[in-house]
Design a binder for this molecule. Structure first.
Ligand code: MRU
Length: 367
């Protein structure tokens, strides 16, 4: 499916390395980085060279495989239990790279669970390492299919809004980047937009620039331009004025973690968009693959929010814009309460409030 998208792949799995598109260099430079060890993968995740909840999950899973790979090539044979011990250690390390997106823990747990089964089934060390590689590859392939399914379900919501809009474009506001760059497929929020565009609906996207790291300006605007979807870039503080002018018909964003009551963590500024959307009577949709749903957390209050370096706020593109030593607060994510979310679009279909009940119907179990 993702092969149809005219975009460079953010993640390429090679035998002995993970190749990533360096998202910190976009849109000026399309540069690939080769990662050979869990330490390389950890650093790339922390620096946002690979980013977006599904993409960091897959990267971490492959990082775990890379950490096990030397055990398959040892001179003297290694016991299978040593592979499992090493897997648990490397997974613990990689899980700590970023705290908010539950996909990271979810993907690593998928791999560990496959290895536990393999160990119980009598696989030797070499076979376990090969199982880790295959499972990480499966995660990547599954994500492509998940994105496509989210796109199809979300398309029906866009059609519904489009039915009430005649003779003009359908204005869709998005925040951050929940596109092909953030996944192994068409993205989550942007998959819906790509499908609507491909279906001939006259969509026009407004991309919030998304300070401090500018995923909207650097990545979403670039992705949509490359794929021929009409896009207008706005600063984050322009969204309210745009809505007041009647130019936004729906909002759609991705997520890093959905709690069991439907509270949604996503890039800082998402909450502001949701409040504005409610004030203007605009639907606010969240594209949420089940890999981002955490049924173990009762509400968004329990979601760990990453705080990042003050330099992200005091500088833009390496240029200082604030006085030296000024106090800075830099949370990378915020939580939008479930009551502001019009629908959650999962790969299994669209969920409506009350989410506590709706999410139960997915019968999600951790791997
Ligand atoms: O800090 P980032 O760029 O990793 O944040 C990404 C987001 O907030 C995305 O909206 C989210 O991960 C969903 S990506 C499909």
């Amino acid at each position: 499916m993702s092969d149809l998208l005219p975009l460079p792949r953010p993640l390429v799995l090679a035998e002995d390395r993970l190749v990533i598109l360096d998202q910190t260099a976009l849109p000026q430079t399309e540069r690939y980085l080769e990662l050979y060890t869990p330490q390389d993968v950890f650093a790339a995740i922390q620096k946002l060279q690979v980013r977006g909840a599904p993409a960091i999950g897959i990267a971490a899973a492959y990082g775990l495989y890379l950490g096990l790979r030397p055990l398959a090539n040892c001179q003297s044979p290694v016991p299978a239990s040593a592979v499992m011990d090493r897997a648990e250690d490397v997974a613990r390390y990689l899980r700590s790279a970023r705290p908010t997106a539950v996909n990271l823990a979810w993907a690593l747990e998928r791999l560990l669970s496959a290895l536990r089964h393999g160990l119980a089934g009598g696989l030797d060390a070499r076979e376990l390492v090969e199982l880790a590689r295959r499972t990480a590859t499966t995660l990547l392939e599954e994500d492509d299919a998940v994105c496509a399914a989210i796109g199809r379900h979300g398309l029906e919501l866009v059609r519904r809004v489009a039915a009430q809009v005649t003779g003009r474009e359908i204005g869709i506001l998005t925040h951050c980047n929940a596109g092909g760059l953030a996944t192994a497929g068409w993205g989550t929020a942007l998959a819906v937009i790509y499908m609507a565009h491909a279906a001939g609906l006259p969509v026009h996207v407004y991309a919030d620039e998304t300070r401090p790291v500018l995923q909207g300006a650097r990545l979403t605007a670039w992705e949509l331009q490359r794929t021929g979807v009409p896009v207008t870039l706005i600063c984050d503080n322009m969204a309210g004025a745009l809505m007041a002018k009647g130019r936004v018909d729906l909002c759609i964003v991705g997520t890093d973690r959905v709690a069991a009551n439907g509270d949604v963590a996503n890039k800082i500024g998402t909450y502001t968009v949701a409040v504005l959307a409610r004030h203007h009577g605009i639907p606010f949709y969240v594209a949420a693959p089940t890999s981002s749903i955490d049924m173990e957390l009762p509400s968004g209050e329990a979601i760990p929010i990453e705080e990042r370096s003050p330099e992200e706020v005091t500088t833009i593109a390496g240029q200082r814009i604030a006085p030296t030593d000024v106090d800075v607060w830099n949370p990378a994510f915020d939580v939008t309460p479930a009551e502001l979310v019009s629908a959650l679009i999962t790969e299994h279909g669209v969920l409506y409030p009350p989410y506590t009940e709706a999410l139960q119907t997915l019968k999600l179990r951790r791997p």
